[in-house]
Design a protein around this ligand. Sequence first.
Ligand SMILES: Nc1ncnc2c1ncn2[C@@H]1O[C@H](COP(=O)(O)OP(=O)(O)O)[C@@H](O)[C@H]1O
Ligand SMILES: [Mg+2]
Length: 222
Amino acid sequence: MNSANPILSGTVVLKADELGRIEITERDGVRVIRRDVAAARWWARAFARRAAAREARALRKLHGIDGVPALLGWDGRELLRGYIAGAPMQQAQPRDRAYYKQALRLLAVLHRRGIVHNDLAKEPNWLVREDGRPALVDFQIAWTRGRRGALFRLLAREDLRHLLKHKRTYCPEALSVRQRAILDTPAPHARLWRATGKRLYKLIARRIFGYWDNEGQGRVRD
Ligand SMILES: Nc1ncnc2c1ncn2[C@@H]1O[C@H](COP(=O)(O)OP(=O)(O)O)[C@@H](O)[C@H]1O
Ligand SMILES: [Mg+2]
């Protein structure tokens, strides 16, 4: 949810759904982002915990990268990430070609460390920092097992393609010929997904979760 609801002084809920709650809060005087898995609905809790554990694993491997939040704690119930000042893509609408150049570089660094993000079609997972540079959040469905052949390369290319879709929306004049070619050739699983799975997913998301694309006005480009 996009509108922030203050519930306690110093704590603001950014998002709450079946899988838990995301808040901005403070620990030892430092601003942190807290993912509360205990706040997930009972039937979703095991899944939410696995997803948070995956995120912790990814953030550990990405430690020290500028543009990825620091992992400050994970105890099986709450995951703490360093706060990154800025706004999500759907609000900030980055139209500057430097943003995409830096975002491409950030993706390359991720992939070199053997991590694929897998959820980059969602604008809310891209941040625009106060100085205009990109940052990435939400590694819950990331591939964290290192660079392993063809599947890794396919998923890494999908990460890239999703970034280029955002670039096409906000800064199309800066797309290169090669980037346009990548946009025109989604991976086979993405084509299959568009043809079948997406409709099914929307149905399930609406029926069970009561939403489709619940993160504010953030569009999902896939
Ligand atoms: N480290 C961070 N710094 C600043 N904002 C963040 C940070 N992590 C998450 N957010 C904000 O909170 C939102 C929800 O977090 P996210 O990890 O994407 O949760 P979810 O898995 O529920 O989508 C993000 O879209 C972003 O706007
Ligand atoms: Mg997210």
